[in-house]
Design a protein around this ligand. Structure first.
Ligand code: MG
Length: 457
């Protein structure tokens, strides 16, 4: 029996707490996950949301009912819990988090025994168990137990410190400003920075599930306070995490918010200086800046579809050591091939210390690109037809059709035209060496796309 209902979105199960995602539902999700893992041992943890402990208790009860043993890791960042999986080697983990979504949401992520979110195929298996009543509760003798798993934050911070030159960073006595989004990034970022010898000033570092300081997505419009505080405290660098601290957005000493693409390019540049010929994994939505860096420093880009799980899974398959996304996700494989806000913080500090230059100078040394974005309405029924027509029209150009159509032009500009997975729109992302050209690309391809939509409709 099949169905078209879905529990999982692009990043696990998400919903409004106590409305869509209730304790009853969380118990049943726990049954389904427990049945999928066949009575293994799973770590569970949660971010700072008000609904975190409630939903964690419910999922735990569901897991125990199917015979799974549960290790209670408590409140922690997503990458800390993922590292705990690699370190303690259970069968997997469940993370109760809605990442960057607003405070009223929560979600459930399922992590495999490699510390990476499970594949889409595995999610479909869990959905099948959930919707088709295939969950198997054990008899009373088989019910799983729980025990506390303390110390995962210590282990995680120690692990990160092994990947950077601590004395080299500590010698610089950097002042860092950290915006924890009132969530779990506050539990790791400030402590790590202090252990790297930095003087730490914090913003929104009190844990508060109502997120009073700012929305948990580290977008420029939510980081005004942080950027304004940089100069006031004389910080060398500032960083903001999202709600579960896997993504990080940096601000330089002048108070300029750095695009995720640029941070990734900077990390890739210094990584490739030491690791010639290595692969760099990134979605087709990334700017050409990363390709320029790979060309200049002898790296090899592996393009993927958009989505952090795809990047992580591709890194594993290809044995790649570095991945990155334009939204502030940096995946440092030698530590773990998943997005990790605290690891990214250590990497940026280490690059600054090694080069002995200000962050704004390091960024100024990168190729400069201008990015423009747009969206065009397109109904769900037409999306596929439009894409086929678009691919046909762009034959002969240098394209990649992994996820929408990405076109590279001779003068190093590019455009990605892609149907949104969540809204009835096509999204366009252009980047070019000057803003006029990026704007022109958006203009040209918006009208081409509108003509196609009109034609196939
Ligand atoms: Mg996140």
């Amino acid at each position: 029996m099949s169905n078209t209902r879905h529990l999982f979105g692009t990043n696990g199960i998400r919903g409004l707490a106590n409305k869509e995602l209730t304790p009853e539902m969380a118990i049943r999700v726990g049954y389904a996950i427990g049945t999928f893992f066949k009575r293994g041992t799973l770590i569970i943890g949660y971010d700072a949301r008000t609904s975190g402990p409630m939903l964690t208790n419910a999922v735990t009860a569901g897991l125990n009912a199917t015979g799974c043993n549960v290790l209670l890791a408590g409140m922690a960042p997503t990458p800390t819990l993922q590292y705990a999986v690699r370190h303690h080697k259970p069968n997997g983990a469940v993370i109760v988090t809605a990442s960057h979504n607003p405070p009223e949401y929560n979600g459930i992520k399922v992590i495999g025994n490699d510390g990476i979110e499970i594949s889409h195929e595995c999610e479909i298996e869990i959905e099948n168990i959930y919707y088709n009543q295939k969950a198997r509760l054990t008899d009373w003798k088989g019910i799983g137990g729980t025990r506390e798993l303390p110390g995962i934050i210590d282990e995680y911070i120690d692990a990160i410190k092994k990947h950077v030159n601590v004395p080299e960073i500590a010698r610089r006595h950097y002042r860092i400003l950290i915006d924890g989004a009132n969530s779990v990034g506050s539990l790791t970022g400030p402590r790590l920075a202090r252990e790297l010898g930095c003087k730490v000033t914090t913003l929104n570092a009190n844990i508060d599930g109502t997120f009073p300081g700012r929305l948990p997505e580290p977008r420029p419009e939510n980081l005004g306070d942080l950027a304004a505080t940089v100069k006031a405290v004389g910080a060398d660098v500032a960083v903001a995490y999202d709600g579960d601290a896997d993504r990080s957005i940096f601000v330089d000493e002048k108070g300029s918010i750095i695009m995720g693409d640029q941070t990734f390019a900077l990390v890739a540049k210094y990584f490739l200086k030491d690791n010639k010929g290595e692969k760099i994994v990134t979605p087709v939505s990334s700017s050409t800046i990363i390709k320029d860096i790979a060309d200049e420093y002898h790296g090899h880009i592996v393009w993927t579809k958009i989505g952090s799980v795809t990047v992580a899974q591709t890194m594993k398959e290809q044995k790649a050591k570095l991945g990155g996304e334009e939204n502030g996700g940096i995946f440092y494989g030698p530590h773990q091939p998943v997005r990790d806000g605290a690891m990214s913080t250590a990497l940026i500090l280490s690059i600054m210390a090694r080069a002995g230059k200000k962050l704004s100078t390091l960024l100024g040394e990168l190729p400069q690109y201008f990015i423009e974005k747009a969206k065009i309405e397109c109904s769900e029924e037409l999306k596929q037809k439009v894409l086929e027509r678009l691919i046909k029209q762009t034959e002969g150009l240098k394209t990649n059709t992994l996820d929408g159509v990405k076109i590279w032009f001779k003068n190093n500009s590019s455009i990605l035209i892609r149907p949104s997975g969540t809204e009835p729109v096509y999204r366009l992302y252009a980047d070019a060496k000057n803003s006029r050209e990026a704007k022109q690309l958006i203009k040209d391809y918006s009208s081409k796309l509108q003509a196609i939509i009109k034609n196939v409709g």
